[in-house]
Design a protein. Sequence first.
Length: 369
Amino acid sequence: MKNQYCLLLTLLLVFSCNSPKQKATSVDEQENLDSLLLKPEEMKFLKNIKQLTFGGNNAEAYWSFDDNYLVFQSDYAEWGVGCDQMFVTDWRNDDLKNNKPQLVSTGMGRTTCSYFLPDNKTIVYGSTHLGDENCPPVPERRADGKYVWPIYPDFDIFTATTDGEILSQLTNTPGYDAEATVSPKGDRIVFTSMRTGDLELFTMNIDGSDVKQITNELGYDGGAFFSPDGEKLIFRSSRPKTEEDIKEYQDLLQEGLVMPTDMELYICKADGSDLRKLTDLGQANWAPFFHPSGDKIIFASNHTATRGFPFNLYMINIDGTGLTRITQDDTFDAFPVFSNDGKYLVFSSNRNNGGTRDTNLFVAEWIGG
């Protein structure tokens, strides 16, 4: 009897340890899911799509270096947060429809733009929690109707474990320091800072040392990423040219605001040299990321829209040729990021949200070459 009990206990342990967290999807079920979530034109580039989140605003998902995990920001109230906080998910197995993912930020203040370091156990992210433990105020709707983003001066950049323990503070200058991403080489971080009085790009070592300014032209330079070989940077920028636009930009910046409705993509070497404008499409072209080949850029744009929406994903060669539309959504697709092995694309979208304003994360196999 004792032996039978031990055998039963062993079997229970084996099955409990090896049972999947999420039910496997059959071929027929996946084909139906693709038909539901992807339009026919999108299936030239994407297949086997999987919806990861199911409520709130979920964005800026970035891969661990081994592609097994994603770190992302979410304000989903069901997960006990009042504004954007950072979470990590085992994207293949976690069931985020029924379970809360691992919180990796402090749960205080507001966070933005998290990224894995090469050990796959450490992240870097921006947070306002040292300035105020509460969520910072959201800008009120403007009388002129213009859409603005807040540039919170309390943002600083931190490193933390995937268990949520803060390891170090990498920036401590007055004003906005955020939007940190890591070179595939694992040696440098690029980020946006207000330390010069304008929103410029800087790089630093992963321990915060050897800070170097990359851009120096008036305007909001942000959302920068390294090329796969770590030799180039792609970023989006709003660079006012007329006296009227310059005054508007500077006046808003004094209020801690920017107006992200006129942005183009720029590319340069990692030291800031050989800077050139990549797109000249008009409206908002942003959230760029290198294709694994290093020869193309995927990004979000509303340049064909007449009323601000929709945003869709596009791809362009780094010489500015070959503009190709990837998604055909009616509302919002953005923040596209390729996995390090080039097999998957994660992005944020308003698709399949039941008519709400929820923005969710999706992962699909990339078959677009």
